[in-house]
Structure formats: C-alpha cells, structure tokens
Design a binder for this molecule. Structure first.
Ligand code: SAM
Length: 298
C-alpha cells in the first residue's frame, strides 16, 4: 500500500452524538474544504456515539471551523472542538481505520482493513485515500455509485469519463464493472496522483487513465471522446459553467451523472443541461445532496 506521511498535521476532534447530526457536520465541513484540504471522518464509537475527526493539511481558522460545526450541530458542540497537531505518521490510514464499508447497489467502497470482509459477489473498490475526496461515505459519491449501478444494468457505455475524480472511486467503479478504459481527470494534481495509485491498488491501473485538467481543457478529452457516459461529482456552479463543453464531448444517446449539488440548486443545473438537449432520467437525494442522471437525446 502507498502511504502518505506528513511531518505534522492539524487535527480537530469533537464528540457529536447522533448519526444524523454527525453526517450533517461532515457534509458541511466537506463542502467547505472541498478542494482536498482536509480529510474528514465521521465514525461511531463503541457506545453508539458519533464522533468527527478532521485532519487539515494547513492550520485551519479555528473560529471558522467552530462556527461551521456550530451551524450544523449547535454552538455548544462547536465550542467543544479540540484542536491539536499530530506528529509525523500515516494519519490518513489512521483516519480511514474508523471508516466502515459503504454499500451502493452492487458496489462496496472499503478500506484495506476491511478487505477480507467484503463479499466476493460485490464490485469492490478499495480506497486508501490521501488528501483527496471520495471514500464513498459522502452522499454525493454514494448517489453517483447508485446511479452508475442503475445505468450499468441497462447499458454498457464504451467511452467513459470521470470528471473531478478525487480518489478515483467512480472511475475505478466504472472500470471494474465494465472492464473498459475510463478517463479520470481532476483540477488538483494530488488527486490525480492518488487516483492513479488507487486504480493500481484495485488492479485497474491499466484501465484508468488519469489527467490533470480544469474542466474540459485538455486534448485528451477530444482524443478519448465523445463519451457515452460522464460522471461529474463537482459542485453546482462548475457543473453549470461546463454544460456547453460537456455536451460538446458527448456521443448521441450519452448518459451523464451529475452530483455535488444541493436540492435547491438542482432545477438550475437541470435547466442548463436541458437547454443543451439533455433530459432528466433520475433525480435521487441522499443525505441532503442531489444526484442527477441525464441523457442526451439521439
Ligand atoms: N469523484 C469523487 C467522488 O465522487 O467522491 C470526488 C468528487 S469531489 C466532490 C470533487 C472533485 O472535483 C475534487 O477532487 C476537485 O479537485 C475536483 N474539481 C473541482 N473543480 C474541478 C474542475 N473545474 N475540473 C476538474 N476537477 C475539478
């Protein structure tokens, strides 16, 4: 396994209580530290109490973190956060030890420590994440995996793109299920490195090609397209901005899975893609996040 060792990292820990609140806090933190600046884990302790640990790459603004957590869980919990610095160690692996496998349709996303426990008839994705988004625990990743599972029951897309790949979780899932090449891109070079490592770890190194690119700004998209399936778990505004280039890179009848948007933002995203010839096929909401399946007519 590849490990990520840092000289020191900044940690915040807090006891939350119930699972729903812990997930709300984790979602809000993830939303605000989206670009790979933190690894956030919510986990259930032996007494059934949910705790949250966040490892920040850089020293965080403690007041801002307290305010955010306070918004989701109440001021008292925000004020109870403990901040400290963790000495050199593989803290990512430590953070992942607390994570339980995530099931989404036929897919299971799990850490190395759960490798032996995954049923052999599942499509497994082992994630030893570093500072990249996508352990499968977030509602947006699970939403994408569920929609991917649905899509693959009725279609076998040939050219697949995972835009905003993070840990590579969706690209690996698609490559494993389809046994076909998948292009995985991210604006963040550390994410593409992590995604490539995770693809290798999952035996998908030969199928997942990773590239660093913002949106569709690389020749590889034209070379590897037009795509029959695009997975894009980013955020509402970038998804809206890239509607035109995305549609330009789609094959007739292509399917697109869009996530990273709040339910209140879904109508605007749907309208942008509908105006470019796509129709909404499915809209699922998980843990306060919307994931859309849209299809190009023709
Ligand atoms: N695909 C993974 C998943 O579903 O768990 C990660 C999704 S994470 C929410 C969004 C990812 O998109 C991040 O890794 C971020 O660096 C990347 N990203 C954000 N804006 C982007 C852009 N304009 N072009 C490409 N990648 C982008």
């Amino acid at each position: 396994m590849t490990t990520t060792t840092t000289p020191s990292t900044h940690r915040a820990t807090v006891a939350i209580g119930d699972e729903q609140t812990a997930r709300r806090v984790a979602d809000l933190l993830t939303e605000n530290f989206f670009e790979g600046g933190a690894a956030i884990s919510a986990f259930e302790g032996p007494q059934g109490r949910w705790d949250i640990t966040v490892h920040f790459a850089d020293a965080p603004d403690q007041g801002a973190v307290r305010d955010l957590v306070g918004l989701a869980a109440g001021e008292e919990i925000g004020q109870a956060i403990q901040f400290d610095t963790v000495e050199a160690k593989d803290w990512v692996a430590t953070a992942l030890e607390g994570l339980v496998p995530v099931h989404a349709g036929r897919f299971v996303v799990h850490g190395r420590h759960d490798r032996a426990r995954v049923a052999p008839n599942r499509l497994r994705i082992e994630i030893e994440a570093a500072l990249a988004f996508g352990t499968g625990h977030h509602g947006t990743t699970r939403g994408c995996l569920l929609l991917l599972d649905m899509v693959l029951k009725g279609a076998s897309p040939r050219r697949v793109l995972d835009l905003g790949t993070g840990t590579g979780v969706l690209a690996i899932a698609a490559a494993r299920a389809l046994r076909r090449k998948v292009l995985a891109s991210d604006i963040d070079p550390s994410s593409t490195r992590v995604a490539a490592e995770n693809a290798r770890l999952n035996g998908m190194g030969g199928l997942v090609e990773t590239i660093k690119a913002s949106g569709f700004s690389a020749p590889a998209f034209t070379r590897r397209g037009p795509f029959d399936l695009v997975l894009a778990n980013i955020l509402a505004n970038p998804l809206r901005r890239m509607a035109t280039p995305m549609v330009r890179h789609l094959a007739p009848g292509a399917l697109v899975i869009l996530s990273g948007l709040l339910p209140a933002q879904a109508a605007a995203v749907i309208a942008d893609y509908r105006a470019r010839g796509l129709i909404l096929r499915r809209h699922i909401q998980l843990e306060g996040w919307s994931s859309l399946l849209m299809g190009k007519v023709g």
